[in-house]
Design a protein around this ligand. Structure first.
Ligand SMILES: Nc1ncnc2c1ncn2[C@@H]1O[C@H](COP(=O)(O)OP(=O)(O)OP(=O)(O)O)[C@@H](O)[C@H]1O
Ligand SMILES: [Mg+2]
Length: 234
């Protein structure tokens, strides 16, 4: 079981969109057992899920919400840790995606991040996004070193999101090399299809989406499975 957070320090870089996109595609189209945990009082994903009411019956994956505040005297990170330990023992899921607020200035968020096996960092090429990415990469690398000391691996990958034909895109790969962040070969463009994200359908199997969008998502999902050594059922 892989516990992964799509994480960056910048709001709006696509953490929640990519989390939902991956959960849909990997569960519906690739047959993986997936769960989402929202460690966020915003409940973005659960709210979207509630709007998908007509598909309520055969929903392909559960969404748990764990608010970040202290819960009945038990610290949040302990609640998440206990929950993940239990899921690990039950061995029911291939992948747990944990949506964590995009800040690292809070001890509880750092504790939640420390429980992850992997980070997928959505990358947007704007200057403000670069700075946030740089800061998050520093934190992530520090966590990687701390994990190594206790024999735990932390896998870190970046994926380019909201790709547009802009000047800022040109030197972006060089920027990632400079900060020593390994990059997915696949990327996701800035598309309305992604901004209208929902929680009930896979992009690969759904004929509503254009062929090129389905191909883009399929390439992303396949690379995700390979990079993070997830099982292949198809
Ligand atoms: N590839 C994309 N194409 C088009 N729109 C996108 C794409 N990725 C994200 N968006 C849009 O950008 C906005 C922010 O995305 P999202 O909610 O995933 O960001 P976030 O990183 O989770 O932000 P927060 O830190 O607030 O939780 C949303 O309106 C979403 O629809
Ligand atoms: Mg979000």
């Amino acid at each position: 079981m892989l516990v992964l957070s799509v994480m960056n320090q910048k709001g709006g870089c696509g953490k929640s969109v990519l989390t939902v996109l991956l959960a849909n595609t990997l569960s519906v189209d690739f047959g993986l057992k997936v769960m989402i945990i929202e460690v966020d009082e915003q409940q973005t994903i659960l709210d979207v899920r509630k709007m998908d009411r007509e598909y309520e019956t055969d929903f392909p994956y559960p969404i748990e919400v764990m608010p970040i505040w202290v819960d009945m005297g038990k610290k949040k990170e302990k609640v998440l840790q206990d929950f993940l330990d239990k899921k690990f023992e039950e061995d029911e899921y291939d992948l747990i995606l944990v949506d964590i607020p995009g800040r690292t200035d809070d001890k509880m968020i750092l504790h939640a991040l420390a429980l992850m096996d992997a980070f997928l960092i959505p990358l947007v090429s704007d200057t403000a996004d670069r700075n946030a990415t740089l800061n998050f990469c520093i934190t992530a690398k520090q966590m990687q070193i701390m994990n190594q000391e206790i024999g735990k691996e932390l896998d870190i990958w970046g994926v380019r999101n909201r790709l547009r034909n802009r000047y800022e895109e040109k030197d972006f790969e060089a920027f990632c090399n400079q900060i020593d962040l390994p990059l997915f070969d696949s990327s996701l463009r800035e598309l309305v299809a992604y901004s209208r994200f929902n929680t009930y359908e896979g992009f690969v199997s759904n004929p509503v989406h254009k062929k090129d969008v389905r191909e883009e998502v399929q390439a992303f999902a396949k690379e995700f499975i390979n990079r993070f050594d997830l099982p292949v059922y198809a």
